[in-house]
Design a binder for this molecule. Structure first.
Ligand SMILES: Cc1cc2nc3c(=O)[nH]c(=O)nc-3n(C[C@H](O)[C@H](O)[C@H](O)COP(=O)(O)OP(=O)(O)OC[C@H]3O[C@@H](n4cnc5c(N)ncnc54)[C@H](O)[C@@H]3O)c2cc1C
Length: 435
């Protein structure tokens, strides 16, 4: 097992740490030995994924366990329609491996850079479908606990651990492999079109119910939204030309958008006009491809993000309150607000646990102080019984998170059982879960 020292920072740059030690185990048994040693000497240990969480959830200042020694797709089980991969496998590698074998995940978030363990540990989700979260697509997992025990978990063995560890926040153990349910590869057709605020908010429920995967972006200070309807099709894929794809992605999230964000940062008063241009410049388009290439796209402009999950029935009302706050605040918000939804799932610390959900995601450029904007909106989200994304910025603590999750105590009891010495804790986990 290689041991080295270096600095670690997350994608948005808000968390930087210098761990005492970095180690790269290549098997569950090697990892189990390292964890048992850390526990017996009172040390702390943490495996980050690719650091795409905006919070410091993945920060390790003692022993950082690199995920690079635990990568690769292990195999597909065609009878049970599952795929098993090592925990440090990146979503893009899982997806391209599945595509080659003729399979697909059911749903995905916006990017495919993260590790499968990192993404599931914070409840990463897409929009719509029968399962929006990646964790709700897990069929089995292998975890090494804080006492160095290796547990195989699924609906029949260690079912109580499986139930809770699907969204584990990195607090229960280190995952070494994950098994996901898969489907035979299908084609997803994307239809994207500009819409007015009134049209999209008044018809949100209908669009969410009638399409496989619906979401929209709202441009603050304007009346403009960009709606995305993704539906399964039996027609042959018709991907966008590379040029068209690049032009639109550049406008919504990459190079051209990055240049406009810079102009907005230098001259905040220009932001409403820039947003109006962005809202109008995105035109209608339809294309189709294998699902993960429709769900995900590169994000070259770095930003900070807060995302809240609110009960679906108050989602648009909560968004409207946030819009009103932005309109009367004098803030200049240069990033669109992303609106998605999810069916209820049964995972104790999933943000969609037990309730149909609307997700509202707020962004600022990477170097912008987010606190006033996110703080103002967060107060509204609390009023609507909102639950923060574990990997995105928020100011909630264990005391006020506990009432938001009906099975909070089950999670804490599992943490006590699997990590009694808190080998896997860090400052973030102490804030959100307690000591
Ligand atoms: C550009 C961008 C786009 C995003 N889009 C979406 C989106 O569409 N939907 C969404 O829901 N979120 C989204 N996110 C958030 C992101 O998916 C989550 O923050 C995710 O957790 C990041 O995965 P990671 O591999 O970088 O993990 P990290 O952020 O490095 O770690 C997250 C947690 O996972 C734990 N962990 C990692 N590996 C293991 C392991 N083997 N065993 C146990 N615990 C482990 C870490 O210790 C930590 O607690 C986005 C983030 C960015 C920066």
């Amino acid at each position: 097992m290689a041991v080295e020292m270096t600095n670690w920072n997350n994608w948005c740059g808000l968390t930087q740490v210098t761990p005492n030690e970095i180690t790269t185990p290549t098997s569950a048994s090697e990892l189990a030995e390292a964890i048992a040693q850390a526990a017996s000497s009172g040390r702390r240990m943490k495996m980050p994924g690719t650091g795409h969480s905006f919070t410091s959830i993945a920060a390790s200042d003692d022993i950082l366990v690199r995920s690079q020694g635990l990568q690769g797709v292990i195999g597909v089980d065609p009878d049970n329609l599952t795929v098993t991969a090592r925990a440090g496998t990146r979503l893009k590698d899982l997806n391209s491996g599945l595509e080659r074998l003729g399979y697909s995940l059911h749903n995905m978030g916006d990017i495919a850079e993260q590790t499968i363990a990192g993404a599931t540990s914070t409840g990463t989700h897409g929009t719509g479908g029968v399962a929006a979260g990646l964790s709700a697509q897990i069929a089995g997992l292998e975890i090494v606990t804080g006492t160095g025990e290796i547990l195989q978990c699924d609906a029949t063995q260690n079912a109580d651990v499986f139930d809770i560890a699907r969204v584990g926040l990195g607090a229960l153990g280190i995952l070494t492999s994950l098994t996901f349910k898969v489907e035979p590869l299908f084609t997803l057709q994307a239809h994207e079109q500009p819409m007015s605020w009134d049209e999209v908010t008044q018809n949100f429920d209908q669009y969410a119910d009638e399409n496989n995967h619906f979401e929209f972006y709202y441009w603050p200070h304007t009346n403009s939204c960009q709606a995305k309807f993704n539906n399964r099709t039996l027609d042959a894929p018709e991907p966008l030309s590379k040029v068209r794809s690049k032009i639109d992605d550049d406008l919504l999230s990459n190079n051209l958008f990055g240049a406009l964000v810079k102009v907005g940062s230098l001259a905040p008063r220009s932001i409403p006009a820039i947003n109006r241009i962005c809202g109008k410049a995105l035109s209608e388009r339809t294309y189709s491809d294998v699902p993960w290439k429709v769900f995900t796209s590169p994000r070259l402009v770095r930003f900070r993000e807060m995302e809240y999950a609110v009960p679906r029935e108050v989602g648009i009302e909560a968004l409207t309150e946030a819009k009103k706050l932005i309109d009367r605040s004098g803030w200049r918000i240069g990033f669109p607000i992303e609106v998605r939804h999810a069916p209820a799932d049964d995972i104790p610390l999933s943000s969609a646990a037990g309730r149909d959900t609307v997700y509202l995601a707020f962004h600022v450029p990477m170097d912008t102080d987010h606190r006033e904007y996110f703080g103002g909106v967060e107060a509204i989200m609390r009023d609507y019984d909102g639950r923060p994304h574990w990997g995105k910025l928020h100011t909630r603590t264990a005391a006020d998170l506990a009432p938001a999750y009906p099975r909070w105590d089950d999670f804490l009891a599992m943490r006590e059982r699997l990590d009694p010495q808190r080998v896997f804790t860090n400052d973030y986990l102490e804030t959100v879960l307690g000591q």
